[in-house]
Design a protein. Sequence first.
Lengths: 1367, 138
Amino acid sequence: MFKMSRRPIVSYAGDCSLFCGLQGSLVAALPEESVEWRRSFGRSSKFVHIEVDFVPYSEECLVKEPGCSVLQLPVLYTYWTDCTDIETYKTSLREKVQKWVGELRERGINDWMVVVVGAPDARKPNKLLPRTTVLDKMKTDFGGKQAERCVSLYEPVKTDSRSMESWQSLLAKMRSLVMVAYNRALNKFEESMRAERERRTEKTWSFCEYFSIQEELAEVMLLLGVMDEALVQYDELDALLTQFVLNSAAGDTPLWLTKFTESCERWEGLFISTELNKRLQEKIHSGETSLLQLRNYLFQQQAAVLLRLNKPWEVASRALSFLQNTANELQILQVGIAPGGVACWGFLSCLEVIHSLARCSSSSGTTSPHTRHIAPLWAYAREKLQELGKLCGLHPDVEGSEKLHAVVALVCGMGDDPHADNVGRRPHQVDGAAPSAVKEPEGADDGASTFSVAMLEQDGMSPMTRLKEALSSKEAFRKHYLELSEVAISTCKHIGHVRCARLIGRDLASFYLSLGQPQQAANFLGDLLHSFTDGCWPLLAADTRDKLVICYTAMADWPKLLRVGIELACCSQVAHERRAAAFGAVQRAITELSEGGDSVYLSAQDVVKVEEVSITSHSPLTVGATLTANVKLRSSLPLSLAFGSVEVLLKLQMPDDTASVGSSGSGGGRKRSGDPSRVERRVSAVVGGAVHKHSTVAVMRSNSAGSESSERRVVGETEDAPTDRLHMSLHLDYKQDNTLASAAVHCANTHAALSRRDSHSRLSCAAETASLTREKSDVVLCARDVTVTPGTSFVTLSAQVPHRGLLSCKGAVLRSRCLELVQHSPPNLTGAGGAVEVLQMAPRLALGRKSRELLAGLPQQMLLTVHAGTAPILQDTPVELRSSRGLLLSPSVWNVTEDGRRLVTTSDLSHSDLRCGKNTASAPDPPITVPSAFAPTTDGVTTSNIPPAAVSAPATEVTSAIDATTTTNSTLATDVISAPAATSAATTPKSSHVASESAGCGGADEHEMVRELQVLLPAAPMLSSVTLELTVLALLGPQRDTNAVDHIVSISSPMLQQPRQDIDVHFSPPFCSVSKLHTANIKKFFQVKVTGLVSECLELRDPSLRLQQPSSPSSPLPLTAFNTPNQILTVSSEQSCSYMWELGVDYSTMVTPPLKLEFGVQYSAPSAQPDAARTYRCTFDLCDYKTVFTIKSRVEPSKGSEFCRAGSMCHLLITIEATPFPSNDALPTEVVTGEDGVTGRQDRKISGAGDSVSYDSIMYEVLADQTMWAVCGRTSGVLSVECASRRQNVTLDVMPLLGGFLPLPSVRLSKYIPADVKRPDSVVGTASSIPKLEPFAPGQVYNFSKGTQVHVLTAVTGGGAHDVTLP
Amino acid sequence: MAVSIAVIGKDNAPLYMWVAPGRDELNLQFLSHTALDIIQEKVSPANRAPTDSRELYLGLLYASEEYKIFGYMTNTKIKLVIITDASNTTLRDNEIRMMFRRLHNAYTSAVCNPFYSPGDPLISKKFEASVGALVSGN
């Protein structure tokens, strides 16, 4: 009776009528307040509300029945009385109570309580002497140590404060006493339970019995509201059962368990409800259930507790493992169950849990925490339904009728629908709090779960009706299965389990496929595939692709089939047969697609990869050449595939404008950037692989960083390429004064170059989608009709290189009809260190000297270097050389090679032009060419080479000076012609100078030399050079100073881009000549000084001086040489030499004709043969060379003194005398040394001294050193030439200021031209006129006293004075 | 003991897969792959208690009727997945934990190879031997 309520029992004795009056209020009031439950064994105390059941006291209820637990006995015994009269107590009550207590004590029960109801004394109490009340008496009689067990209740019917207080205190006392007693009872109960559990190994022990015991405890806990404790009891039972089952798997099956192994015919689902399933409980206690039922019951109880704990998500999280464990246990125990039974149970239970949670969530609004756990439940339910569908033949791919008997059997086993009363209604109420109507989905935050719930709720189907309906027909099954799958997928996705969702999608895809809806299936499979390729799960991806191939084949979606088929065919993890099959599908797709025409682009990365491109064409690569490359292909295809074309795209990048590719020798065109304090030089070095021989030095402007970064980005896409470069740049920081502050090398792209390359690159490869852009400048290496075999194969590709630049690989494209495999990551470009340079270099010509210095006037060697550039030099490529006037070229040109010298075919252009003009006319008289270098041609090449308008020196050379040589030439020529030249005269009629090998170095004579020369180059391969040795002769004209002789050589060749290339050539003159005129009174001497200018010595011989003008033989000017005949003089920069001649000046005539004197000397290098000497000529002009005046001056002491003395006045006597005219007698001449130079270059137009009309007066000036002489009076004066005699004396007073030998004050004479020429009586010092002074030409005035000194005594000592004349 | 062992890289690509002979490799791979979902969920900062941040063992990820899937994630986000038979009840949680620890050690010594670049599939005889010892229960 009390068994089911499980409330603690309190017995009552004594005045039963009294108690019955109070019982109702007691039962109601006791649970009103919580009481602390102090628990033993250190468990935390709890506050619980206690409800009690009252039973009347009887003897028999003290007796413990066997099989009756402690909890079925009263925990507290109460005795109620309303006796307030002490006498009555003493007489009757005391005895009764004593008996009651005695009975209790007999059984060791200490939990009793006596309640005395009513006022202790109705009468007024005597305050002085308090009377003992019944209560006091009782306390002394029975209480002993437990006096508090006797309580009084004061007037319960009254509502005054005193009685209320008394009531409350009774309640509190009762609660605590009940609790203490109950705790004791519970402890006792637990002890017995534990003892029972310890017996579990005994054969007679039964789990079901123990189950009922522990469940009792659980129920007590539930009653006390200690939910977690209750759960613990159920969990312990669960674990115990699990353990038993597991142990039974190990062979230890107790007797009671064998009952559970009996075959099971019912598979009712869970029914989660807070109401106790008493029928089932009874069955369990009696041990008449199946394992499934027991498990169901256990889980239901757990779920009920959890729901009361408001932990619905825990129900969900436990549900799956419960379902799985139970199914497992059934298997372990080998319970005979009809096929599909477990699935049915699983499905029903699963949906029941979901339903109950949905109800719960819709009531409490806490949906999100358990969606996470619901998702697997949906998946589980779906799985079960699928299983059932298979079992019952409801899958679309199963032909024929469904297996009806199986369905019927399953439905039978489900039993009655626990929700039967709710069918058709909205979901039933779980508990009182649950509203009858489901709320609409709350908000969008939990879309998936609310959606799924809503979907389930909309038809209000109980799990069983749903299952029954699903099993009813194929269509219904399809509908439910798809619905369930959708819900499962969406909930999985909602909680972020994308992979789970896709895995469900895989099943769904199979289902759709069997439904004949490949499109739907493909969608799911596509998603699934996506998750595998992301993570590179080859096996899973292959499986998915397998399915996709089927889908796409069914859909006839050829492009996708192609893509998937290729991927499958290339998967190395898959068996060859499957790959071959996929390859067959691919070929079919290609065939189908080829009719359409559209191309399908695929990444070649994992299909046919171009692994290596090695350039096989010969280096260096030049523009326009055919680039051939050997390409290593790695095909992952299982079979051979024919490709229409295989192309490798090479990016041809033009080098930077500032980069000097191919001219690295020039040292780099360093350019200052806009910012003067900053120069950035970029040096690109090839990293990895062989460094190309042209290291590229590029100078970058600082402000071009933008372009560089964009370039960097391009490189970044091809990260794997070995062509990755470190962008090193040079930073020079200058201070304000342009001095270097710091220099640094900076790598701008360290970040990119040093970035970690691990798995990311693999992923990025897989996700590569960018298309390969083809630019115009790209070079496409191509091969046609290639059949690529599986594995590694080699193909040779070729392409034309359009322009120069750096080649780097960009990617590759392989075409097989409509299939285009595009490879983005560039393959290795080997053989050239990652990049191949295409060169384009124009041929260049350079003319340089061979030795240190080029000398004019001597044959010199020059080197003509022809750099071939990127085109080879063809045999007989003409190079024309034209020299400026005065520079002659020898037709003997030598090709200087490493293994010797060889003559080169040349032709004289000017001559051939000439010859062409009279080609036919002069046919019988062909120009004679002479093989000997010493044999000049006779046809006047030299003269024709030098036009008449040539500079004076060569002209004179030609016209007059070479008389002798001309004759020798002709004789020589005739000699040669008569002798051996006859054989060699048989030269080409082109009259080209076929040079012989006999020609010595520098032996070319100028007569053989030409100004225009055509050289036919020998053949040379590209990028090499030809060096030709030329002999040139710069004619040496009159050289009066050290100025260099400048010439220009113009070179033109069809090889060159520009029509003409002018090269400046500077020749140093070996020496120069300077003339000087010396005078002694009226005698004249002419000196020529030859000064060497170069360190090389030159030998001079046979000097000659010849009067050129006036050339009239009537008045020959006698020239007397003072030079030693046949003497050889050597000049160099350290040594010069002079030649001297006396001019026999004729003073007999008045006129002084200007003279032109030509100096000539033979010069030759000391080592040269004597007949190689050349003649140097130089002309000098002389005018006004006759002496006109002579000056004599002397200093005399003043009268009366013998010596000049410092500080005393002296006389300066100057005598100016005109040279005698021819009519006059020659004045006695005094030979006094002195000189005046007259250079031939002076060309002032002053009339000669003989022309006396041009001036009347001369002016003298006394120029004295003011530190030595003080001149008194006028220091200058004008003398008339005409007046008086030819001799004029001037006396001046001078005073020496110093003692010693003083140089005389010098006297200067000038021509005096008065201001007004018309007035003949020009007097000195006319105020208004500005007279002019003109100096005399040097040599016209001869000063006898030049350099004379006078001895002046010092001022103090007197003494004689001497005129001292120093030489 | 275990029927499958998977070492999955930080980018969720498998580095190493071992499946007991005779098992449905495809299915087990699917399970390992799906386990990533749960691992991801478990290690997400929202779900992870701050106290167990040093605990690499993630416990039972999920179970199917046939298999139990356990997870472990190293600090470098290498996921280790061990799949056992669901019927194998002799394996305790602690034993699984020990297995993971040994597997982790084996993985660590494998990647100590300087010629191994992280993220590549593990091809190492020593590692294979370690896994072999692990699954045979030695």
